[in-house]
Design a protein around this ligand. Structure first.
Ligand code: NAD
Length: 531
């Protein structure tokens, strides 16, 4: 009981941030009672061993507590890993088409519950309902697309060096997978990892972001309803250092699949290297739209607004740089600034909101810090926005104006570092060659786009941009699940999620030789004689 009280009075990361942001989140008294959620371990819904909870609050109104979730520690991770280990053999032995049947059921459950999952997601992370609908839809698409792999999971055959010998390669599951996910796509990103891991025959422990555990809870609950056997999927909620880190260090976890910041990714890669675990990383971005002088300027502005301010700029693929040919620079920036200034910022649950809040007080602090850097240190021109909204309907949330900097130089910090908020930097350029050089001149390599009517320019840019994703006459956001997703340079470590390429993360190859000659045949590598 004492422990439960302590847990109730404990301030959480989000609520502590709410306090720092100007209030303790209460309105004339105590917070309304909110639902208490559990970890999912070995098919049971259980409290964390320590009995503590953190609050998941609505970033549009921090008085609204979405739910209380377990503060997990190494002890909970150990239990979850043990459950996943116990379930591994049974799941591996289930034929992949049968595993896929369960996942098709999961897809239908997600379709049935799409609206309520979208509403939950808007409430816990702020983006507008249309976008959270898209996030859930991505999980649905990923489920159906990847479950189809249950009847493919192709290997291949190839001729052997010798007669009467057969050679082939088959995929095998890697084993036990730890999945660690961020808050900006709280169902889509977990699904990108979970569904392929399962269809390939792995068991998993998932640790969702502390800001958005409810959407992963909804996904895991749907797995339970679909009939995923006990122990195959396990979920522990909690903070990165307390719950994520022990997962990355656990001896029995063969693979860590991580999406999040480049800094955390580096720590995780180190933990995996220590025990030779497989590690797949999807990290930050500093994505770019190039607008050429022959571009359809209105279309380019449309793409820039969507790319820069969708999800309040909190997408790894957000258009945080726009490199514009000097001949259309004035026209483009005028239109962009006007559109940005007119976006309606508010609660994502309201139908007329264009842009929701940012995720938490730490994000507000970081984004406002970058805006100050842009103005005072970099010397860029703040063309619109730049302030936190704190009155009226914005008083209790984390709202920042859509912000456009113009006359930005490529080496300024706001043009180099990931801000992860509703801020974009417009950089003038003289020609395509220079534009591509600027566009490539950052440490990240996730997504890039060009607006031009000239097919030659489009192909030159496509060929010369060193990114994992490239768009022509479309924004930097909008990946589709049947194409590989990921980036170059500091954005990752060479893996790709989605597409069939994701199978290379969650399976390992086994080469199989079948000799039916009835005699010892030596491969060319072994052509030695003992006589
Ligand atoms: P984050 O790195 O702070 O956290 C991501 C996850 O890692 C969370 O679940 C967190 O609890 C956990 N974590 C934190 N420290 C840990 C540790 N020491 N050990 C193990 N786990 C730990 O990132 P975030 O703020 O949640 O997400 C934003 C970042 O994610 C941005 O940089 C964005 O670009 C990136 N992102 C990348 C992609 C992509 O596919 N490339 C997609 C979405 C987001």
């Amino acid at each position: 009981m004492a422990q439960a009280k302590k847990a109730l009075s404990r301030t959480t990361k989000k609520s502590a941030r709410a306090g720092a942001a100007g209030g303790n989140g209460t309105k004339g008294g105590a917070r309304a009672a909110s639902k208490t959620y559990s970890n999912y371990i070995g098919g049971e819904w259980v409290a964390a061993a320590g009995g503590e909870y953190f609050e998941n609050v609505n970033p549009a109104d921090t008085r609204d507590v979405v739910g209380r979730f377990p503060v997990s520690t190494a002890e909970d991770v150990n239990r979850a890993v043990a459950a996943a280990k116990a379930a591994a053999e049974g799941w591996r032995r289930m034929p992949a088409p049968r595993r896929a049947e369960i996942l098709f059921r999961l897809g239908n459950i997600l379709i049935r519950d799409k609206d309520s999952h979208s509403a939950d997601m808007t409430r816990e992370m702020g983006k507008v309902l249309k976008e959270t609908g898209g996030d859930v839809q991505e999980a649905i698409d990923c489920t159906f697309y990847t479950a189809g792999e249950g009847r493919r999971l192709h290997g291949y055959t190839t001729p052997a060096e010798m007669p009467d010998k057969f050679a082939m390669c088959v995929r095998q599951p890697v084993g036990l997978c730890g999945l660690i996910t961020p808050w900006n796509f709280p169902m889509a990103i977990p699904s990108w990892k979970l569904i392929p891991a399962l269809v390939c025959g792995n068991t998993v422990v998932i640790k969702p972001a502390e800001d958005t555990p409810l959407s992963t809870y909804n996904l895991v609950k749907a797995c339970e309803e679909a009939g995923v056997p006990k122990g195959v999927v396990n979920m522990v909620t909690g903070y990165g250092a307390a719950a994520g880190k022990p997962l990355t260090e656990h001896r029995d976890v063969r693979l860590i699949s991580f999406t999040g910041s480049t800094e955390t990714g580096r720590l995780i890669a180190g933990a995996c290297a220590d025990r030779n675990a497989i590690c797949s990383l999807e990290l930050g971005g500093k994505n770019v739209i190039i607008v050429m002088d022959d571009a359809d300027v209105d279309l380019a502005v449309e793409g820039a607004v969507w790319g820069a301010f969708g999800t309040s700029g909190q997408r790894c693929t957000a258009s945080s740089r726009i490199v514009v040919h000097k001949k259309v620079y004035k026209k483009f920036t005028q239109k962009l600034v006007e559109r940005a200034a007119n976006l309606r910022v508010g609660d994502g649950a309201n139908a007329n909101t264009d842009m929701g809040p940012v995720i938490n007080a730490a994000a507000v602090h970081k984004i406002l810090g970058y805006i100050e850097v842009g103005e005072k240190q970099d010397g860029a021109k703040l063309a619109t926005g730049g302030k936190r909204l704190t009155t009226g309907a914005h008083a209790n949330g984390y709202f920042i104006e859509p912000t456009v900097f113009t006359d930005v130089a490529p080496d300024m910090r706001i043009a180099q570092e990931e801000i992860f908020g509703p801020v974009t930097a417009v950089i003038p350029t003289n020609n395509l060659e220079e534009a591509v050089e600027i566009a490539n001149g950052v440490r990240y390599g996730l997504s890039a786009a060009i607006y031009t009517q000239d097919v030659n320019r489009a192909f030159h840019a496509m060929n010369d941009m060193y990114t994992g994703i490239f768009y022509v006459n479309s924004s930097t956001i909008g990946a589709e699940v049947h194409l590989p997703f990921g980036g170059t340079k500091a954005t990752g470590n060479g893996h790709r999620e989605a597409g069939t390429q994701v199978l290379d993360i969650f399976t390992e190859w086994k080469s199989v030789y079948v000799d039916y000659s009835g005699k010892l045949q030596r491969a060319q590598i072994d052509e030695v004689s003992f006589e």
